[in-house]
Design a protein around this ligand. Structure first.
Ligand SMILES: C[S@@+](CC[C@H](N)C(=O)[O-])C[C@H]1O[C@@H](n2cnc3c(N)ncnc32)[C@H](O)[C@@H]1O
Length: 641
């Protein structure tokens, strides 16, 4: 049973089969998909043995070419959903010195795509370009891509790119070898990053180093073709298996929604006996892939709910304008992990501040600044109960709508004796007494990007000299990314605003090129009122030598916060707190992507700028080449004070 059907997902294209040319596509579909184990067919649409007359240029559309699929009874729905068309490579020498060969190749490439489009095929796999010379090939594909824009069916062109080496090619790593990622990169740059040009990876037996492989996780890898030669046979029992690294690669590709294709083209006869059936020689290969799919970690509810937000640029929050709708609070309040961390931090602060013997006499003054609908007030009261300490709470909130809900919560729970609701901006509030503990939740995805430093500066004037701020510090982090999808999205808007605005993104189809590095740290309470909230940081990211070259489309931004002493949480990937859901990573784009080479240094400058009305970031790259300084004077994105 096809993998998609077996998993109750009849329309999923999870595992396909590459078959040789056949005029009778319906029969091939019946054998492999309808009555077989595969979700789709990957097949040539033109007889592969066909060769045009080398001495004569073809007249486009005049010559009848040997196509498959003519009058075969395959429905348009089946062409669209069950067939990936393979554009035959044998005579497609689009960069030939010989003009006739080149012109014929151009004509036949176009005709094949037109034929596929006429049949409603949605995926056409293009032959691998020659790494040394492919400009004319790219020019033809680019012309086709421009034509596709206006067509109803959004056909994708998959460029077939080998990854690793087959046994025959194997030599210890040599500089002379063309890095296939570079071939892909130069081809997509020639086609101006067109979103319908994607990748079909040809997975080979000997895989490149881990970092080099990881680059593909940022690319639009729509299919991965597994040659049967990558499967090994156990000495005893004749059982097929996949090497560990291939297993992991396939699992990672499934995670990116890549379709896996098993190629029937070179099935060894030994495999037929391993499969135990001559009629279905690929069953054993299919089982290996299917097991990898079934063994993936189950998708959590949270992941499922975030599925449709993957790799979509969302405007970053602006504290002065957000939280005007109840829904913003609904989203925040779902994060139980966040509130639990606050509760633990407040408990520890209470225990250290008030000794056991004075617990019944001392009431700690705790101010929640930006109390929202009261979740931090609740966490504070739970901490008091848990530690047996007394509290006097002020809940300060500037949004009058939210204050209604906050007030309601306090009265409904009979907390009025302990909690006073203050409907005011904290900057304008005259506190009736000094606070021992200040609890706030102004952190943004990049730590300080929702004006936590400025808001807490205003609150510090009513904090006791030895008072505690929760959080007590937070640090932002940056990490260079390959993220062509995000780049395409920003570019499609065709304005400077989108190409240099920091956004929130559920990062999925991206490659993280180096570990992240710290950018700005803020601590509270501040030692001196004069300490500025402006910051400047220069960072140097070294691209690992086994990565090869890579494209940087921008930077992911994260944060880590210390709530109180050892109570920490954050989103920085190497230390991130599990199930902390409030914050998506930030994305700081580059207007023009920058190519970095293995072992090189990527030098980045980041500024946090402040004037009397607003706060904003500016950023640029100065090595290996210089970018413009982005978001000059906060012209595209800023936070109002
Ligand atoms: C991220 S929400 C947190 C709400 C609440 N603490 C929670 O955890 O559900 C931040 C809240 O701070 C409020 N706020 C922002 N700046 C403020 C200021 N200067 N004074 C008072 N409240 C402020 C906003 O209106 C919003 O309700």
């Amino acid at each position: 049973m096809p993998l998609g059907h077996a998993l109750d997902n009849r329309f999923a294209q999870l595992c396909g089969i590459e078959v040789p040319f056949s005029f009778d596509v319906k029969r091939a579909l019946d054998i492999n998909v309808r009555h077989g184990d595969f979700d789709f067919l990957f097949c040539p649409l033109m007889y592969t043995g066909y060769a045009p007359n080398k001495d004569k240029a073809l007249t486009l559309n005049r010559q009848l070419l040997p196509y498959a699929g003519v009058n075969t009874g395959v429905t348009y729905g089946q062409w669209a959903g069950l067939v990936f068309a393979k554009i035959s490579p044998t005579w497609l020498d689009l960069d030939s010195e010989d003009e006739n060969v080149r012109v014929n190749a151009e004509a036949i490439l176009k005709q094949q795509i037109e034929w596929a489009s006429y049949l409603s095929v949605k995926h056409c796999v293009l032959p691998t370009p020659d790494g040394n010379s492919c400009a004319n090939y790219a020019k033809c594909v680019n012309q086709i891509l421009q034509g596709l824009k206006n067509m109803e069916s959004a056909m994708k062109l998959l460029l077939r790119i080998p990854v690793g080496m087959s046994n025959d090619d194997y030599r210890p790593l040599s500089n002379a070898l063309v890095d296939s990622w570079e071939t892909w990169n130069s081809f997509r740059m020639l086609c101006d990053h067109h979103s319908q040009l994607v990748v079909a990876l040809d997975i080979k037996r000997v895989l490149p180093p881990e970092n080099s492989l990881k680059r593909w996780f940022g690319e639009p890898v729509t299919a991965a073709i597994l040659d049967t030669e990558i499967f090994l046979t156990k000495a005893r029992g004749n059982t097929l298996y996949l090497p560990k690294r291939h297993q992991k690669l396939i699992a990672d590709l499934f995670h990116l929604d890549t379709r896996i294709v098993i190629s029937e083209i070179k099935v060894p006869t030994s495999a037929q006996s391993a499969a135990g059936s001559k009629s279905q020689p690929l069953l054993a290969y299919w089982s290996q892939v299917s097991n990898i799919y079934k063994q993936r970690d189950p998708v959590s509810e949270q992941e499922r709910s975030e599925f449709y937000t993957r790799d979509i640029l969302q405007p970053s929050l602006r504290p002065s304008r957000n939280y005007s709708h109840a829904i913003s609070y609904d989203d925040h309040e779902k994060d139980l992990v966040k509130y639990l961390h606050y509760e633990i931090a407040i408990s520890r602060a209470l225990l250290e501040r008030v000794p056991d013997e004075r617990a019944s006499v001392i009431a700690t003054v705790l101010v929640v600044v930006g109390a929202g609908r009261g979740r931090l007030v609740h966490a504070s009261l739970k901490a008091a109960e848990r530690t047996g300490r007394k509290l006097r709470v002020y809940a300060v909130e500037k949004n009058p709508q939210t204050v209604i809900a906050l007030d309601e919560l306090i009265r409904a729970n009979n907390w009025d004796n302990t909690v006073s609701v203050v409907s005011s901006d904290v900057r304008d509030w005259s506190a009736p007494e000094r606070a021992d503990i200040l609890v706030s939740d102004f952190l943004g995805s990049f730590g300080d990007n929702e004006l936590s430093p400025e808001s807490l500066d205003a609150a510090q004037r009513f904090l006791e000299k030895d008072g505690i701020s929760i959080p007590s510090s937070y640090t932002s982090f940056l990490q260079p990314l390959t993220a062509p999808k995000l780049y395409q999205e920003a570019k499609a808007r065709k304005d400077i605003l989108h190409s240099e605005s920091a956004c929130l993104v559920n990062l999925h189809n991206v490659a993280r090129l180096t570990p992240s590095q710290q950018v700005f740290t803020f601590s509270h309470p501040k030692c001196s009122d004069n300490q500025s909230n402006q910051r400047y940081q220069k960072l140097e990211f070294r691209i690992p030598t086994d990565t090869g070259s890579a494209m940087v489309h921008g930077f992911a931004g994260y944060f880590n916060a210390t709530l109180y002493k050892s109570v920490l949480f954050g989103t920085e990937p190497s230390t991130m707190t599990p199930n902390l859901n409030t914050w998506l990573p930030m994305f700081f784009p580059l207007r023009t992507p920058i190519c970095v080479h293995r072992g090189s240094i990527l030098e980045v400058h980041f500024w946090r700028c402040v004037d009397s009305r607003k706060v904003w970031y500016e950023w640029c790259v100065t090595s290996p080449s210089s970018s413009p300084i982005h978001n000059c004077n906060g012209r595209s994105c800023w936070m109002d004070l």
